[in-house]
Design a protein around this ligand. Structure first.
Ligand SMILES: NC(=O)c1ccc[n+]([C@@H]2O[C@H](COP(=O)([O-])OP(=O)(O)OC[C@H]3O[C@@H](n4cnc5c(N)ncnc54)[C@H](O)[C@@H]3O)[C@@H](O)[C@H]2O)c1
Length: 244
């Protein structure tokens, strides 16, 4: 039985990862800042799977991240897969209005802290256990925005680009001697929110959440044992669209 630790596990892609791993019988740990949603989702999973744990923390706090990894290891005896889903575009999350230079700098500090540093904190804390185990897989959630940029979600674009490039490669290098792989999945629009249907793709639709979760679970599985330091852009061809 594997232990899968998922950040941002109370909603969207992270939640569906947790539900799918629970159905496969794995130990599941959902980490999220939203206590109410986390408690409700963990209770739902408990109806069909006993080995699920919810940990409510803010991933911007390294001591909390370290404690979450320790609690996971102490409860289930390993951290086999880490999926860094927590995050999102700072301008949307903070409900900021205006152009880049009009938006307070604190909004961008928040964007970097959640999207980049939160994942770095979890990679660091989880690697401690994965190195002892001599095994593990770390997945980063990138984004098409990390490829194409954004006129006001600057921290989100920069963080996702960093996760997909520098950090996935760096963690793959750091983890290789311990048999720890690191990959990214960079989605285009995913229907975790109705508004995502408005974002254009080459084939004219957003992804069902399951399509992205299937890809994450493939890269985290032994079937992808030869893949590390790289990832997949799953954007339904948005990156090759002709722009007017
Ligand atoms: N949905 C999309 O279209 C899309 C596209 C590209 C990339 N992504 C990426 O995929 C990931 C998941 O997206 P989603 O649509 O499922 O998001 P979501 O908003 O449904 O879920 C994100 C979860 O992260 C949690 N979270 C946010 N800040 C946190 C913090 N500081 N500490 C702990 N938990 C925190 C939220 O409470 C929420 O439950 C994100 O990293 C996102 O950037 C999503």
């Amino acid at each position: 039985m594997k232990t899968v630790l998922i950040t941002g596990g109370a909603s969207g892609i992270g939640l569906l990862c947790g539900q799918c791993y629970a159905k496969e019988g794995e130990n599941v740990v959902l980490v999220d800042i939203n206590q109410e949603a986390l408690d409700a989702r963990v209770a739902e999973i408990k109806e069909y799977h006993e080995n699920v744990l919810g940990i409510c923390i803010d991933i911007r706090n390294y001591e909390s991240v370290k404690a979450a990894c320790k609690q996971t290891f102490d409860t289930f005896g390993s951290i086999d897969i880490l999926i860094n889903c927590a995050g999102g575009a700072e301008v949307r999350i903070m409900n900021a209005k205006g152009k880049f230079h009009e938006i307070p700098i604190e909004v961008y500090d928040f964007g970097i802290d959640v999207n980049l540093k939160g994942a770095m904190y979890f990679d660091h804390a989880a690697m401690h256990y994965m190195a002892q185990q001599m095994s593990g897989v770390i997945i980063h959630l990138g984004s098409i925005t990390g490829e194409e940029g954004s006129s006001n979600n600057i921290a989100y674009a920069a963080s996702k680009s960093a996760l997909m490039n520098g950090m996935t490669k760096a963690i793959a290098k750091a983890g290789a001697e311990y048999n720890v792989r690191c990959c990214y999945v960079a989605p285009g629009p995913v229907m975790t929110r109705p508004a995502m249907a408005n974002m254009k793709t080459l084939m004219g639709r957003a992804a069902e959440t399951q399509e992205i979760v299937d890809l994450i679970m493939y890269l985290a599985s032994d079937k992808a044992s030869f893949i590390t330091g790289s990832g997949i852009l799953a954007d339904c061809g948005r990156n090759v669209m002709d722009r007017k």
